[in-house]
Design a protein around this ligand. Structure first.
Ligand SMILES: NC(=O)c1ccc[n+]([C@@H]2O[C@H](COP(=O)([O-])OP(=O)(O)OC[C@H]3O[C@@H](n4cnc5c(N)ncnc54)[C@H](OP(=O)(O)O)[C@@H]3O)[C@@H](O)[C@H]2O)c1
Length: 294
């Protein structure tokens, strides 16, 4: 169904061409589909990619589909703080105000049934520190309209939900929402990476599937939760979305849905009418209002 025909959206199309969204990892997979869907719906989208050629190819393809007026490109490697800083300056000089940030870019180096942690550091840097540093760099630019609210949508995963953690100390730290802090989350990350280095991680109660990826998403979920609380009075919502098992490069093309189906839900979440927009929520799969505990 087109969003304009959906009763949830028909009377409340709050966005227009002046609405700006940034999508990370926009050159393929769900990110590319998100860029396309948001642009089709009339939002100005900044497609970002770590590889300039891949990004420009994606831009060209979408321009050929008639979306030229809605899509811009910039290079952005979320695992590189310098790239984040250059991007933030570029965005400030060219656009200034931001309405929607979609933290989609991520990596996993495992095949579906593998569980190596050989690349744990890169995975944590890209999937956790990347979105966190990008959010902090872009916070000054959010429009923060009290009418429409700005939105941060972090793509995470149900693999990073707390019930997958058996380690009692780690779970206690992350469950204690009142006392949770960035330092404590980073402490959990350091503990995981230390155990990986020492070869001890397997018996320490970390999530069992795609462990390094799951820990990166666990940390991003936890950070999103405290950020939502921190920004509650700033008219910026912070939510997490797990698109479910989706046919992309990350899953070797396997999955129960296409990137377009996943992105359609992602776009609806990013564009929820202000009266339905919550903050600090973890949404799974196909139902806009099916929230889970993080
Ligand atoms: N597919 C699923 O079943 C599934 C399930 C749950 C959650 N998710 C989440 O959904 C999001 C999208 O996943 P996907 O399946 O579309 O993955 P994908 O097909 O592997 O695409 C990942 C995208 O992230 C980009 N990327 C990787 N590292 C980057 C970096 N350092 N800087 C900037 N961009 C970077 C990739 O760029 P390159 O082309 O340069 O590599 C690519 O554009 C991810 O956050 C993922 O964790 C996916």
């Amino acid at each position: 169904m087109e969003l304009s025909q959906d009763p949830l959206f028909s009377s409340t199309r709050w966005w227009g061409k002046e609405t700006r969204a940034i999508v990370t990892g926009g050159n393929r997979g769900i990110g590319l589909a998100m860029v396309k869907r948001l642009a089709e719906l009339g939002v100005t989208v900044i497609l970002t990619a770590r590889d300039a050629n891949k990004g420009k190819q994606a831009l060209e393809m979408l321009r050929n589909e008639g979306l030229a007026n809605y899509i811009h490109f910039s290079i952005l490697d979320v695992s590189d703080p310098h790239s984040i800083s250059l991007f933030a300056s570029w965005f400030n000089n060219n656009f200034g105000l931001l309405d929607i940030l979609v933290n989609n870019a991520a990596v996993s180096y495992n095949g579906i049934y593998e569980n190596s942690v050989k690349n744990a550091e890169i995975v944590i840097n890209t999937n956790f520190y990347g979105p966190k540093l990008l959010i902090e760099a872009l916070l000054p630019f959010f429009r923060c309209s009290s009418t429409y609210k700005s939105r941060i949508l972090n793509f995470t995963s149900r693999l990073g939900l707390l019930h997958n953690v058996e380690n009692k100390e780690v779970r206690a730290i992350l469950e204690d929402e009142e006392n949770l802090s960035e330092e404590k989350i980073e402490g959990v990350i350091r503990l995981f990476l230390k155990q990986v280095k020492e070869g001890k991680w397997e018996k320490e109660g970390w999530p069992k599937a795609w462990t390094d990826y799951a820990v990166s998403k666990l940390a991003l979920n936890a950070y999103s939760k405290i950020l939502a609380t921190r920004l509650r009075d700033s008219n910026i919502s912070v939510n997490c979305f797990c698109p479910g098992f989706t046919q992309t490069g990350m899953t070797g093309g396997k999955g129960s849905r296409t990137a377009e189906i996943a992105a359609n839900i992602g776009a609806q979440l990013a564009l929820l009418p202000p009266q339905f927009l919550q903050t600090g929520k973890f949404t799974m799969g196909q139902n806009l209002f099916l929230h889970s505990r993080f």
